[in-house]
Ligand binder design. Structure first.
Ligand code: NAD
Ligand code: 6OD
Length: 486
């Protein structure tokens, strides 16, 4: 049994009174750990430590030194790759084959990428005319925002936390991070790594707990937090925005999605099927970028649905360490209830269940886990709740279209606007379509291909702001214009 403590001012500390909650393995439901739950005193201690660290040795580091330190953190994550991999797979149940290719490498890459952005970044300057003919020079100066609250979900715990902690620290801020109550382990390891690399105490802090009436709420309500960056459900984002409005604190929000894939009849069908299988079922559908709406041009519709269903049937559920397994459980039995609710709703709305729709018969001691079948539906219209609401499970609805404009209209008919994938061989058409989609990220003939210099974020109810590359600087720094009269 593991015990997860808060990481405050460089030390692992208990909750006052030892208040803790259970951590269960999604693979079989067994008890794997106990997580200390932060109350207001622990959250306050973490914020106080983070505030003090701004004025300590961390605050005096130059950009090159800070970036070098973050590169050491990246190196250390790579040295402890197996520890991070084991921790992430234990918390989430995801296949090692997935976490070893995506979650853990990105944990290191996020620190490197933002360290690099900050050493290369040049601020704009403007030389202006003045009546005396001598002119003036304007230049921008960026300073850290201060203490940043980083609030994370459970689906890609290390990847998503480091995607925020990397730029926050690269810009010279300090951080109080709250991992999801479901996934405390890699955030805890990150605390160890910060100490091993000599990151000064208080620069990175972790508090564990839930959202309402717990660590999340206490952190976002804390008046000494300067800005909050959040990844999670849109509804939670709304609550956090209300907390941030007190004191007019800045926010960055990466929220839910109901992402479309648009498959044109002239696509390379093998690649489009393979890509759509990945975009629907990766991480058991628990990636915010996952496709839950698939629109296929009519001449290809039947073949595509058939091949997608055959691909889904080949997915191999199994324990993370099973090398043949490429499909894990959902994060928890609670989340499975939610997803099964949608499986039931789809039937009630009149969907045809092409494959899946139920709980699989796992055996092998896995009966207590949050296993669920990969599921494909057809037959609904864009008005159905199944096609409108984010499910966050291994499922999609496939619907035919005839014309390009119709496909664009269907894809854009959503409250969300995070990501989309377009598959087709006519590059003028795919580019035109990608440009017409109301999303933050559009992929053409690929999915989840990430260049960390690019902007990341969502349109509509999928988020507020952009992070990634230089785009996060708007959020993580305060920009001052200095005008020097010459
Ligand atoms: P969630 O919103 O339930 O929880 C996210 C985090 O917020 C957790 O740490 C939780 O404890 C905390 N939280 C909950 N209520 C809070 C409150 N009142 N105050 C402060 N903190 C609170 O999301 P989840 O279920 O962990 O993750 C799944 C969701 O995240 C999906 O909607 C998914 O689309 C979204 N997501 C979005 C992105 C993106 O980049 N756009 C990435 C990953 C996940
Ligand atoms: O790739 C990223 O940087 C990123 N933030 C991915 C988000 C995935 C959502 O689950």
């Amino acid at each position: 049994m593991s015990e997860f403590k808060h990481f405050i001012n460089g030390e692992f500390v208990d909750s006052a009174g030892g208040r803790a909650f259970e951590n269960r393995d999604p693979v079989d439901g067994s008890l794997i750990g106990s997580i200390h739950e932060a109350g207001e005193p622990e959250v306050d201690a973490a914020v106080v430590a983070a505030r003090a660290a701004l004025k300590g040795p961390w605050g005096r580091l130059g950009q090159a030194e800070r970036s070098a330190l973050l590169n050491r953190v990246a190196d250390r994550i790579e040295v402890r790759f197996d520890d991070f991999l084991a921790a992430e797979c234990r918390d989430t149940g995801k296949p090692r084959s997935l976490a070893s290719k995506i979650d853990i490498p990105r944990g290191a890459a996020n620190f490197r990428a933002f360290a690099d952005v900050m050493t290369r970044h040049a601020e704009e300057t403007f030389r202006m005319d003045t009546p005396d003919g001598r002119g003036a020079l304007n230049y921008g100066q960026r300073s850290p925002k201060g203490v940043i609250a980083v609030i994370c979900p459970w689906n890609l715990p290390l990847l998503l936390m480091t995607f925020k902690v990397g730029p926050a620290l690269a810009c010279g801020n300090t951080v109080v991070a709250k991992p999801s109550e479901e996934t405390p382990a890699t955030a805890t390891l990150l605390g160890e790594v910060m100490n091993e690399c000599g990151v000064p105490p208080g620069v990175f802090n972790v508090v564990h707990g839930f959202g309402p009436d717990s660590a999340g709420e206490y952190l976002t309500r804390h008046r000494d937090i300067d800005a909050m960056t959040f990844t999670g459900e849109t509804k939670t984002g709304e609550v956090i925005m209300r907390a941030a409005s007190v004191g007019l604190r800045n926010i960055s929000m990466e929220c839910g999605g109901k992402n479309p894939a648009l498959i044109f009849a002239d696509c390379d069908v093998d690649k489009a099927v393979e890509g759509t299988l990945r975009s629907v079922f990766t991480n058991t559908g628990q990636v915010c970028l996952c496709t839950e709406r698939v629109y296929v041009q009519r001449p290809l519709f039947d073949e595509f649905v058939d091949r997608l269903a055959r691909g889904a049937a080949k997915l191999k559920p199994g324990r993370p360490e099973n090398e043949a397994a490429d499909f894990g459980p959902l994060i928890s039995l609670g989340h499975r209830e939610k997803v099964l609710g949608y499986y039931e709703l789809a039937r009630m709305e009149g969907a045809e269940v092409v494959t899946g729709g139920d709980i699989p018969d796992m055996g092998d001691g896995l009966e207590g886990g949050a296993w669920i079948e990969p599921t494909i539906w057809t037959g609904l219209s864009n008005d159905a709740r199944t096609v409108r609401e984010e499910i966050f499970g291994p499922c999609c609805h496939v619907q035919p279209f005839d014309e390009e404009q119709e496909a664009i209209a269907l894809a854009n008919d959503s409250d969300y606007g995070l990501a989309a994938a377009v598959w087709g061989e006519n590059s003028s058409q795919t580019t035109r379509v990608a440009e017409a989609l109301e999303v933050g990220i559009a992929w053409v003939n690929t999915w989840f291909l990430r260049d960390l210099r690019t902007a990341f974020g969502g349109a509509k109810q999928s988020g507020i702001g952009r992070e990634g590359g230089v785009h996060g600087l708007e959020f993580y720094t305060e920009l001052k214009n200095i005008c020097v009269k010459l």
